[in-house]
Design a protein around this ligand. Sequence first.
Ligand SMILES: Nc1nc2c(ncn2[C@@H]2O[C@H](COP(=O)(O)OP(=O)(O)O)[C@@H](O)[C@H]2O)c(=O)[nH]1
Ligand SMILES: [Mg+2]
Length: 203
Amino acid sequence: MSQFPPIQFLTSSWQVHQFPPDMGTEVAFAGRSNAGKSSALNAITGRKDLARTSKTPGRTQLINFFVLEDGRRLADLPGYGYAKVPEKMKRHWRELMSKYVETRVSLAGLVLVMDARRPLTDFDVQMLEWSQANGLAAHLLLTKADKLSRNEANATLKKVREAAGEIASAQLFSAVTKAGVDEARARVIAMLQGRRTGAAIEQ
Ligand SMILES: Nc1nc2c(ncn2[C@@H]2O[C@H](COP(=O)(O)OP(=O)(O)O)[C@@H](O)[C@H]2O)c(=O)[nH]1
Ligand SMILES: [Mg+2]
């Protein structure tokens, strides 16, 4: 089993001007609140508490940046789609996310974390459209796969792959059973090498 390189927390930002310098390579994790994004980040990096998991969805409206020893970064984007978030916050989220995806030169790829029981929500589709419009590699993690039967999980994967077409790759994942962790880790490491391995770019 491959290991993820050593990584540590760098900074939190909620404004573009507070982002770390736009140099090197960055891979971002996005997903609906409570989809399992923090758990996926922890499983992939092999760190129990790198990203905080929470029972209270929608609390983090910040982008959390993590840094590897050579300066490459992972960015944990704020969870979206939490009903109780005020309209003003939702607007801020939209502006921050679109600006981030459009202008962040170091951004090499996007990992979109979706609950396998509720994949491709409007917000997920919006993120995918932004990444496609900006020529970004995207990888879909269908997490909490342990909550589905094998048949249900495979049917969901097939459906999501058909919907994503050439725009993104997709896989099943579980932070609980660790199913799919090696595949996801390899994918993130490849994206961090600046190799734009997404279908949209490979064409
Ligand atoms: N069964 C199961 N539960 C998970 C999995 N990943 C996360 N969870 C649970 O889902 C909830 C939200 O997880 P979290 O990682 O904080 O989601 P985030 O809001 O997207 O960062 C927590 O109660 C986690 O324990 C998974 O793969 N399987
Ligand atoms: Mg989280």
